[in-house]
Design a protein around this ligand. Structure first.
Ligand code: SAM
Length: 242
């Protein structure tokens, strides 16, 4: 048994939708990043883990006709929001899920949902995900990297006492402008840490896409299309072949 699940969104199921409404350009850039990553090949049967309130899955369907077959979400309040959007959601963590619909062509963790899984449970979880993937299947992760400007700010805010005014001045243009109510992930690692982990498990042919290259105060101002790589973006997608 792993650590008990802590619901950081308890009774706060609307927070992601409210953040999307307040920062539409960043969500649009993130949607384009996710779409680029999902379509390195035919996405096929998709499982979304840590779907939250289902914002991106709804947009993927409306905009691109890409539908998610199955979704997992441990938070009751967020899962209820996703269900209200018509998505098939099972209440579970990634670690406890039985992967009932395997094999999948694509397993996606969007919005750093894997960053909520304890470090000593992540390797076993990604290994089980690999077993649940079909031949030629892919794991897709999107994250705010630890080493990005946004990642550095959030991680330091979490670890150290920083004057809130200093933080707010910098986070005002980001999706974390609302730190009083907005939960963010507990576990931070650079992209290279995930690369080493995924390759150790057996994933191969990793590809990377990145977006929101602007510095934090300006991130809400424009929509950006994703580019290849992971060294500049405040949001990065990793695509790993089974
Ligand atoms: C930042 S939100 C991202 C939600 C959504 N994917 C998005 O991009 O809008 C992180 C999500 O991971 C979920 N989560 C937390 N711990 C998890 C776990 N152990 N397994 C699966 N999902 C988890 C949270 O409940 C939350 O919905």
């Amino acid at each position: 048994m792993g650590e008990p699940f802590i619901d950081r969104y308890q009774d706060n199921g609307r927070i992601l939708d409210e953040t999307w409404q307040a920062r539409p350009n960043i969500y649009e850039s993130r949607l384009r990043l996710l779409h680029r990553a999902l379509t390195t090949k035919e996405p096929g049967k998709i499982l979304s883990i840590g779907i939250g309130s289902g914002i991106f899955e709804t947009l993927l369907s409306e905009r691109y006709g890409i539908t998610v077959a199955e979704a997992v979400e441990p938070s009751a309040s967020l899962g209820a929001e996703a269900k209200a959007k018509g998505i098939n959601v099972v209440q579970s963590t990634a670690q406890e899920y039985d992967y009932a619909g395997a094999p999948y062509d694509t397993i996606v963790y969007n919005g750093s949902s894997f960053g909520f899984i304890p470090d000593d449970e992540i390797e076993a979880t990604f290994s089980r995900n690999r077993e649940a993937l079909a031949d030629g299947g892919r794991l897709v992760l999107t994250d705010v990297p630890e080493e990005s400007a946004l990642g550095i700010l959030l991680q330091f805010a979490q670890k150290y006492e920083i004057n809130r005014n200093d933080l707010d001045d910098l986070l005002v243009g980001t999706t974390f402008f609302n730190l009083d109510t907005h939960a963010y992930k507990p576990n931070w690692h650079p992209i290279t840490w995930y690369v080493a982990l995924l390759e150790r498990i057996g994933y191969h042919d990793l590809r990377f896409f990145q977006t929101v290259l602007s510095n934090p105060p300006y991130q809400k101002d424009t929509v950006e299309d994703p580019i290849e790589g992971y060294t500049k973006g405040n949001y990065v997608a990793i695509v790993a072949e089974r």
